[in-house]
Structures are given as C-alpha cells and as structure tokens.
Ligand binder design. Structure first.
Ligand code: ADP
Ligand code: MG
Length: 258
C-alpha cells in the first residue's frame, strides 16, 4: 500500500523542500520505493536534486492531461535520481496551473487522479508543496494520506500553524476525510539556545495534545544547507553527519507510524 505524504507549510524557507528530499532518500535507505513530487513552480526540489530547470516533461503536463481527459503515459514525467528516488519535476511553467485548475472539473482532485496512476509502483509518494495555500497545495492535501508540517522553532511558530491547520480541517471535511496529520517536525533547530527550546515548548503546549510532534528534530547545519547546490541528499553529502542521522531517524519514525 502506498502512503502519500504532503510536506506543507505556507511559510517559505522552513525546510519543506530539504525535508522532502532527505526524508525521501531516508525512506529509500530503509528499503522503500519512493517518488518525490515537486508541486512548487519554483522547482527547488527538481534543481536541488541536480535536474535542469528546463526539463521537458513535468508535473504540469501530467496534470494537464488529467484536466483534458487525454490518454497518456503517467510515467513519462519520472526522472530517476542516482540515490534511488524517483522525481516528478516542476519548473516555473507550473505557475499557470493554479489558474487552469480554477475552471477544471473536480479541480481539487486533479493531482490525486494523477498520483493514483502511480501508486502501485511506490511505498511512499512525497509531495513538496509551494509556500502558499492556493489550488496546487489544496490539490496536494486532497491527494495525501497525511501532511507533514516542518516548523522552525521561532517565536511566532505556533501562531502561523493556525491557518494551515484550518485549511487541513477544511480539506478533510470537504474532499479527503482520511487526511491525517503525519506530524509536526522541528527544522533548523538550534536546541542549544534557550529560545529555541522555549519556542518548541510553546508549539507542544498548543498542539501536542491533538497531533504528533516528531521526537526527532532536524538540526540547523551547514552541511544540510550545502546539499542543494550539489544535487544530492545529506546522506550522499556526509552520511555520518548529524543531519544525516536526524533524517534517518525521521524516516524510521514515519515508517513506524504507518
Ligand atoms: P522551503 O522549501 O520550506 O522554502 P527549503 O528546504 O528550501 O525551505 O530551505 C530554505 C533554505 O534553508 C535553503 O537554502 C536550505 O538549503 C536551507 N536549509 C534547509 N534546512 C536546513 C537545515 N536543517 N540547516 C541549515 N539550512 C537549512
Ligand atoms: Mg520549497
């Protein structure tokens, strides 16, 4: 059975893309078959794994085929990364998709319909969402079994989650009754600082009772920051780093949960 996880937070720069990549590779290392879906017109996941931004067939083409009811090969967009993850890429051409979706039939479920064509081939499909709560993100949440929420332990972190959780509840109610919260993941964590500890505590106090907060948090690390320009995961960059260990541990928590 395939589990679809949307990595979402409307805030930019909280490590959604980095987490999608490294959780994905972490799951591959646990023997799982994994596809990563770049659902952000910025194409950071695509580029962060070393693929060119002018790649020919992207998520946009796949979704267009669904919208227009054209017969197509759902695997045509898939790129294989040397670390064992498959990637459905995106680039700035995906920008127009929010508009195209507005007038599409079953517009919230276009991505879901596409991913259903791939599910037999994977244990996990991870969707890297864009930093907004527009139609593409709504499609991702409608397609997902669960949503993983990266949060940087900053002062207003607990505040910013309210809006996202409202949208998640709305989607669950209207389009996707099975949608769960996979968990809140603290990223870019500098836990030696007291204020980071305090801010984590605030999020736990506000949400810990209703949803899982991953035991493992991801440290702020220079090595992790450098992986994007290398087109590789933290595992290939430095398998013994704290960052690699934390993502390995996160992958294990995700597997244990299922
Ligand atoms: P998002 O997808 O939420 O916008 P990114 O994954 O692109 O966030 O991360 C934003 C920036 O922070 C990137 O430059 C990335 O390399 C860097 N970054 C992400 N995670 C970490 C981390 N754990 N430590 C240090 N830098 C990180
Ligand atoms: Mg991103």
């Amino acid at each position: 059975m395939c589990r679809v996880i949307a990595v979402a937070n409307q805030k930019g720069g909280v490590s959604k893309t980095t987490t999608s990549i490294n959780l994905g590779v972490g799951l591959v290392k646990l023997g799982k078959k994994v596809a990563l879906v770049d659902a952000d017109p910025q194409g950071h996941l695509t580029m962060g794994l070393g693929f060119p931004k002018n790649v020919r067939v992207t998520l946009k083409n796949m979704m267009e085929n669904i919208i227009m009811g054209i017969e197509f090969d759902p695997k045509e967009a898939i790129l294989s990364h040397k670390e064992g993850v498959d990637v459905i890429p995106a680039n700035k051409l995906l920008t127009g998709m929010d508009m195209s979706l507005l007038t599409a039939e079953d517009r919230e479920k276009v991505l879901r319909e596409y991913l259903e064509l791939l599910e037999d081939d994977y244990d996990y499909i991870i969707i890297d969402c864009m930093p907004s709560l527009g139609m593409l993100t709504i499609n991702a949440l409608s397609a997902a079994d669960s949503v993983l929420i990266p949060v940087q332990p900053q002062y207003y972190a607990a505040d910013g989650l309210t809006e996202l959780l409202k949208v998640v509840k709305g989607i669950k109610h209207r389009f996707n009754p099975e949608l769960e919260i996979e968990g809140i993941l603290f990223t870019m964590d500098s836990s030696r600082y007291n204020n980071s500890k305090r801010n984590k505590q605030a999020v736990k106090a506000a949400y810990g009772a209703e949803m899982r907060i991953f035991e493992q948090s991801i440290p702020r690390s220079e090595a992790i920051a450098e992986t994007a320009s290398e087109g590789i995961s933290i595992f290939a960059y430095d398998n013994r780093s704290k960052g690699a260990k934390s993502y390995a541990e996160l992958a294990q928590e995700v597997v244990n949960h299922a």
